[in-house]
Design a protein around this ligand. Structure first.
Ligand code: CDP
Length: 231
């Protein structure tokens, strides 16, 4: 497997974890960040916030100008694990399936992606950043020290999302979740701008049969091989 080191380590190291919906990349990325003492950026939450704002304003998915403006003026704040929009905590609200689908809609709009690019790049702070999304390694941080494509079978991902929702007391239907995930993957992979795909230099991590703890260990092992001083 090709090592994904392109680093000029005078730069702040970035670990970019991309992959399809509900693959568990957020959980893995957060834990890797905690182990390494790095910052963490959940780029999907930005698209979710724009999607949520669009739903609240009743903005049409085709209204590129208004969607771009919503993204450029997003009154969002990240406080620890809380995500706020106009001062209101929306952390759980934006994880709903309605917001997942809205996020995937607005994510295909060029003015939205352009508006969120600088926001994401500003999160590259010392001593390092772990980030997850769809285009972290391909577009936002093409010079990331380590790139990972984290995936799992559609069935495993739908089951994970189903379990998550059930644990939160939210009613869900596995077949509908499976259909929605497949639709979202197709939309994310087929859009013309920053589509979801595995960069040639990214390590593939298939977690269909893998526990979170093993996925975390694997990412840290790859990173330490690249940057041996990060013990
Ligand atoms: O957690 P899950 O993978 O289901 O979703 P997410 O990472 O929160 O992303 C929600 C949606 O935002 C995705 O379906 C993508 O359409 C979009 N997204 C994107 O286009 N680019 C990113 N870097 C992150 C998310």
């Amino acid at each position: 497997m090709a090592a994904a080191l392109r680093a000029d380590f005078s730069q702040i190291p970035v670990i970019a974890i991309d992959g399809p919906a509900a693959s568990g990349k957020g959980t893995v990325a957060q834990r890797v960040a905690a182990v390494l003492g790095f910052h963490y950026l959940d780029s999907g939450s930005l698209y979710r916030l724009v999607g949520y704002s669009a739903l609240m304003h009743g903005t049409a998915w085709s209204d590129e100008a208004v969607l771009g403006k919503l993204a450029a003026t997003l009154p969002a704040e990240f406080r620890g694990t809380d995500i706020l929009l106009s001062g209101e905590v929306v952390t759980e609200l934006i994880r709903s399936e309605a917001c997942s689908n809205a996020a995937s809609r607005v994510a295909a709009v060029p003015s939205v992606r352009a508006a969120l690019l600088n926001w994401q790049r500003k999160c590259r702070l010392p001593p390092g950043l772990v980030t997850d999304g769809r285009d972290m390694g391909s577009v936002v941080f093409p010079d990331a020290a380590l790139k990972i494509f984290l995936t799992a079978s559609t069935e495993a991902r739908a089951e994970r999302r189903y379990k998550q929702l059930k644990e939160k007391g939210i009613n869900a239907n596995l077949l509908i979740l499976l259909r929605d995930l497949a639709e979202r993957d197709t939309r994310d992979a087929s859009r013309s701008l920053a589509p979801l795909h595995q960069c040639p230099e990214a390590h593939l991590l298939d977690t269909t049969e893998m526990a979170v703890v093993d996925a975390v260990d694997q990412v840290i092992d790859w990173f330490r091989r690249l940057v041996p001083c990060n013990k």
